[in-house]
Ligand binder design. Structure first.
Ligand SMILES: NC(=O)c1ccc[n+]([C@@H]2O[C@H](COP(=O)([O-])OP(=O)(O)OC[C@H]3O[C@@H](n4cnc5c(N)ncnc54)[C@H](OP(=O)(O)O)[C@@H]3O)[C@@H](O)[C@H]2O)c1
Length: 388
């Protein structure tokens, strides 16, 4: 359910660039003062320098009934700040960017035990220090670690491990309760009922507020929801990967479960700044993904060109079109794009103001669907762990 639909009307590219330039200039002259006061200010106290800048005031509710969780209509995926993406800023710059997102109305921040591993949660914990109860951080359990190293062939959602991760995440994030605790990947050796029951106990103990699952199929969702009401499913969803439309999204609608599309810009690809010559950093997982090999990129750029052409006449960037399309697929959908840049943060937030008609949605979908996607999103091992 969407709240406060008060950001009517879109903002074109020229206006966006002008405002972003002002935001950048303001950021250069005012940061010291802002930092001094950061700990004391409230989320709703928007600094004066942000007047007229991109922000998000719309909210959406993930889940329903006792599992309802109201957040900004677009969240912030924190993974790429220091893991799996290229060009990580230093810690202070990451923290400043998270604060910029809060100032602009973002109340949903996503991380996981496995990002880093462990370092992303600690970074997010530092950035959100002092904001507990005003913004929400979601994290994930379920990968298997031995001596701090992930065992990629196995998962671990045993009740003992869920509890261990919960305690570690509470410590790393510096919070008393995790706003939403997702299972990261299903564990074939632990029935989903046991997972749901463990999270239900953590909710009763006040250590977790809401339950979520990632990349599971409809049957698993139904079984989990029968034990502990699910607030959100987090799975990959964007114009180049629409599998969840077959049975997961209809079930979310039926059961009143929210949906959080991860990698909503297809790991940056739909932003239009990646081409076959792009060099990814050694720790950027995109270089291992079939869809990010040079030949696949070269072929798939035709899809970005569709978004470019669609956005060009309307004054929007391809990333904005990608995000606006997702947000129009249902008001129970809250994308979590990641970025390391203030300009992209602003650009992405403005996508929440875009209105697309049903005809425009059909036009966009038809143009994109006419181009076959080259390369699978994951390698064989990763693919074997999703939608089960
Ligand atoms: N549950 C899961 O299994 C799972 C898996 C993957 C991700 N996630 C979550 O989803 C979040 C987002 O996923 P993601 O980082 O994989 O993908 P994404 O949000 O689709 O893309 C992020 C990439 O896009 C670039 N970008 C952002 N805004 C842009 C814009 N306006 N124009 C051009 N490029 C832009 C960013 O680069 P710049 O830094 O240069 O902006 C970054 O490299 C993660 O942080 C994580 O929380 C969850």
């Amino acid at each position: 359910m969407e709240k406060q639909p008060d950001n009517a009307g879109g903002i074109g590219r020229r206006s966006f660039l002008k405002r972003t330039a002002w935001a950048g200039a303001a950021l250069c002259i005012a940061p010291t003062l802002e930092r001094v006061h950061a700990a004391g200010r409230t989320v709703t106290d928007r600094p004066e320098r942000l007047a007229g800048m991109a922000s998000i005031s719309r909210q959406r509710t993930l889940g329903s009934g006792s599992a309802a969780f109201t957040v900004s209509a677009m969240g912030f995926g924190c993974m790429g700040l220091n893991y799996h993406r290229s060009g990580h800023p230093d810690e202070q710059a990451c923290i400043r960017l998270v604060h910029e997102a809060i100032d602009r109305g973002v109340t949903l921040f996503d991380t996981a035990e496995s990002y880093g591993p462990f370092t992303n949660e600690r970074l997010v914990g530092k950035a959100l220090k002092g904001y507990a109860g005003r913004v929400n951080v979601t994290t994930k359990f379920g990968h298997k670690f031995v001596n701090g190293v992930q065992v990629k062939t196995e998962e671990d959602s045993t009740p003992a491990n869920i509890r261990k991760v919960c305690e570690n995440s509470l410590r790393s994030l510096g919070v008393e309760s995790i706003a939403l605790f997702y299972q990261h990947r299903s564990d074939p050796n632990t029935p989903i009922e046991a997972v749901a029951e463990t999270v239900a106990q953590l909710i009763r103990e006040g250590k977790v507020q809401h339950f979520g699952l990632c990349e599971v199929n409809a049957e698993t969702i139904r079984r989990a929801h029968a034990i502990c009401p699910v607030t959100a499913i987090q799975s990959e969803y964007h114009l180049m990967h629409r599998t969840v439309e077959e049975s997961v999204l209809p079930l979310c609608r039926e059961l009143g479960i929210g949906f959080v599309p991860y990698s909503p810009i297809n790991r940056g690809f739909l932003g239009g700044l990646i081409n076959e010559y792009t060099q990814f950093s050694p720790n950027d997982n995109r270089q291992t993904l079939p869809r990010f090999q040079p030949e696949a990129i070269r072929r798939n750029l035709r899809i970005v060109e569709v978004l470019n052409a669609f956005g060009r006449t309307r004054g929007y960037t391809p990333a904005q079109i990608a995000l606006a399309w997702l947000m129009h697929r249902g008001n129970f959908i809250v994308p979590i794009p990641g970025t390391t840049k203030l300009s992209h943060l602003e650009e992405n937030l403005r996508a929440a103001d875009i209105t697309l008609t049903a005809g425009e949605m059909r036009e966009l979908e038809a143009a994109v669907s006419a181009i076959p996607v080259t390369g699978s999103r994951y390698d064989a091992l990763q693919e074997s762990k999703v939608q089960r």
